[in-house]
Design a protein around this ligand. Sequence first.
Ligand code: HEC
Length: 177
Amino acid sequence: MRSKFGIWVLMTAAIIFAGCTRDMRDDARLKPYEPSGVMADGRSAWRVPENTVPRGYLREDEAYFTGRANKKFVSDAPADAASRDLVRGRDIYGAFCALCHGPDGQGQGVMTEKGFPEGASFLDQRLIDAGDGYYYHVITNGFGRMKAIAGQITPEDRWSAVGAVREIQRKAAEDAS
Ligand code: HEC
């Protein structure tokens, strides 16, 4: 019984491994920057044509992509972002802001429990008065000890996160009244 099983294992393995050849490994390909005879100038890759923008990177809408218009922070999120998704915004806030700014926006998150400096409280009058564009700008570029998080949060999600901060501020104002 045992030896029969062994034979089956061997046969199955033989069939599976017969599929492994070195074809892919030995494929004709060029390493990055490796010279070649493919292009007239000896390069192996096309240069990016001048004055071109990769698809999806044409960021002409200044307010949307910087939070500013006419050198001022916009007070309300641009129209395109106005349909921002609050459910998504809460998720982004929970994942990327709450750890330092706290779930209630007052600056006590898990990071601060571990000794990281407290994030500003979103209930400060100064920050309540700040425009949506200012929040977008801080997320994009960082502020003081807070690093930029632009690499992790898309512009769309940044606006959604601002929506979540606004909700926290609104709720706090309602509770207070
Ligand atoms: C790693 C911790 C950390 C994370 C994550 C973080 N912040 Fe901050 N944030 C800080 C700290 C610390 C400060 C205060 C910086 C200072 O005063 O030097 C701050 C300040 C701010 C300010 C205030 C700027 C001002 O004028 O005082 C805003 C607005 C802000 N953060 C928004 C956000 C938003 C929105 C998110 C999530 C998308 C976020 N932060 C994520 C740590 C963080």
